[in-house]
Design a protein around this ligand. Sequence first.
Ligand code: ADP
Ligand code: MG
Length: 688
Amino acid sequence: MPSISDPIISIKGLGRKTSDRLNQLGIHTLEHLVFHLPSRYQDKTSITSLSEARINDEALIEATIDRIETIPSRQRQLLCYLSDNQNNRILLRFFHFTQYQKQALIRGETMQCFGEIKIGRKGLEMHHPEYRIVSQNQKPLLEPTLTPIYPLCSGVTQNKMKQWVNYSLEVLKMSQLDDYFEKITQQSMPTLQNSLMMLHHPEKNEDLSKISSFKHISQQRLIIEELATHQLSLLKTKKARKGKKTNAFIVKNSLSNKLLNTLDFNLTNAQSRCIKEINNDLASSEPMLRLLQGDVGSGKTIVAVFTLIQAVENNFQAAIMAPTEILARQHLQNFTHYLRPLNIQIAFLSGSQNAQERKTQLNLIENGEAKVVIGTHALFQESVNFKNLALVIIDEQHKFGVHQRLSLSKKADKTPHQLVMTATPIPRSLTMSAYADLDTSVIDELPPGRQAVETVALSNARRDELINKIRKISNEGRQIYWVCTLIEESEALRAESAEKTFNYLKDNLNDLTVVMIHGRLTKSEKDSIMKDFEMGKINLLVATTVIEVGVNVPNASLMIVENAERLGLAQLHQLRGRVGRGSEKSICILLYQSPLSENAKERLDILRQSNDGFLIAQKDLELRGPGEILGTQQTGIASMKIANIVRDAYLLKEAGYYSSKMLEASHDNQNALINRWIDEEKTDYFDA
Ligand code: ADP
Ligand code: MG
C-alpha cells in the first residue's frame, strides 16, 4: 500500500529526471506534494452567459459554432465565430493551430471554452482558450470544484503536476497524517487533512477573495502551525541552553558607580532599564542570551560597558567581537576611554596584527591579565586561549552567522553569558520569529538633545550643486562624508569608480583637504586616515561603506550617499546615523540615479520622512522581505512553505501561544512537526 512518506519516484510515470527537478522545489515525498499548494485558482464551476461575461475576467462559456475562417497572410490565424442561444456572439482566435484542430471545428457543434474575455474590434473575443467540443462527447470543462494552478518547474506541465498532487491527496485520504497541532487547538480549527483538501480543491462556494489574501481559516491554520513550529525549534534551543549551567555573577556596584561618576551625561531611563535586565540575567546560573536593540545613536556601547564590568568585578574575562577591523578599533578606543580610569586591562586581536603584536596580546589573554578582550572574528581562531571567559558581547550581530557566535562561546569552559547588539533595530515580527531563542532588551529612547538629521533626495544629475554646499559646511568648520556605495561588479571597476568620484571632488574642491578611505588600504593607512578625520584634519572624507557602522565623529554634519536607491533602508539609516551626533543640525543627501522606480521612490521617501529606526526597519521588511534583513545566515524564516512573516505578522502572537504548547509535547510529536515544516538542510543551525 502506498504511504504518504513514499518518495515521489514511486509515482507511476514519474522518472528520475523529473524527480530530480521536483527535488529542487523541495519536493521529495508524496507528503511534500500535498503541501505544494496552488498559487491561484480558475473558476470553471459555472458557465457564464455571454451577455454577462466581463472583460478581462477568466470565464467558462458555452456556445455554438457559426462559421470558421482562416486568415492566410503571414500571420496566419484561425477564427472561429460562436453564438449562444440568445444570439450573443464571441470570436475565438488561434494564432497557431493544426489541420486536425481546424477540421474538428465544424459549424453547428457546441463548445465549452475557458479563457480570458477580451474585447476586439467586433466585440467579445478569446485567444487560444482551453476548449472542448461537448457535442462530440468530449469531456466538458465544467468542474465541481475550483481548479488549482500550481507553481511549476521546467519540464513539468500543469496537468502532470495536478495528476501527481491528486494521487498524493488520494494517498493522504487513506493515511493517518500525524496532526499534533489539532490536539492543542482542541478542534477550534479545521484538521490538517481537511485544510489541505480544501486548498487543493476549494468548493465553488468558498470565498476566493479570502483565499487569495491568505485569510481563509484553513490557510490560517497551516500558517499558524508553520510559524509555531519554527518558533518551537528556536525555543528548543533556548531550553537546551537554559538547561546548561554557567557562572552566576554576583552583581556589584563599586565599578559601575565609579564608571557612572566618570560619565559626562546621565543614562537614559531606557539604558538603565536595559542594564538592569542584563544584570538580572548575569546573576543567574542559566547562560544569558540577550539581544540588545536600539536605534542608531541610542547609546548601546555604554550599556555594553556596564555589562562587561560585571564580569570584571566577578574576576572573569569578557570578550567583545565586532564585524570589521575599523569597528573593532573604534570599540577599542571607546572602551579604553571608559575602562582605563578603572584600571582595567584590555587586549586587542585582529587579523592584521604582526606576529609580535599578536603574541603579546595572546599572552595577556591566556594569563588572564587582560580582563577585557576586543577584536574581530580573529577572536575565535584556534590559537586563542582565554583564562576564564564568562561573557561574550557581539556587536552588529546580523553580520555574523549563528555558527560564528557559537564558536566564540566554545572558548569558554562553561557556556558564557552572551549579549548580542544589533546595528539597527529589528522589526518586532522578526524578533518574535527569527530571534525567538533570544531574550530582548530595547533601548527605546534617544539621549536628550538629539536633532533629527534632515534628509534630502537629489538626482545625480545635480551633483555639481553639492560642491558649493560642501565648501559652505567646511567653511563653517564642520566635516563631510561622501559615501560611494559602489555598484560595479568587479573589485577593479569599483576602485576605478570610487577613484573617479574622488578625483572629481578633489579637482573641484582643491582648497579643501579631501581624502579617500577604502577597503584596499592597509590597516595602518586606514587608522591614520580615521584619526586625521577625527582630529578635524580632513574636511571631506570620501569613503566606501566601511564607515557604515560605528564611527563616531560628532563634528561631521553633512553626509552624501551615492546610489542611495540601491541600498536597503536599514543600511541607509545606519549610514545616516554617522552624522547628527553633535549639537549642530545635520544633513544627509541621498543621491540617486534617475529614473527612480516606484518602489525606490517609496523607499527614499520613507527615509526623508522618518528618523525612527524601528519604523524604517519595519518598512524595509515590508518592501524587501526578511531575507534581506536577516542575511544569508538565517534563511529558515525567509523561505517558509506557506507563512510569510510580513503578510502574516498578525498571527505571530497566536503562533507563540501554540509554540509554547508544542514545547511541552513529546519528542516524537515535536520531531514530526519539525520534519514537516522545516527543511532538513536548514535545521542544522537549530541544533548547533
Ligand atoms: P549606538 O547605539 O549607535 O551604538 P553609541 O553607543 O555609539 O550609539 O552612542 C552614541 C553617542 O551617544 C556616543 O557619543 C555616546 O557617548 C553618546 N551617549 C550614549 N548615551 C548617552 C546618554 N545617556 N546621554 C547623552 N549621550 C549619550
Ligand atoms: Mg554602535
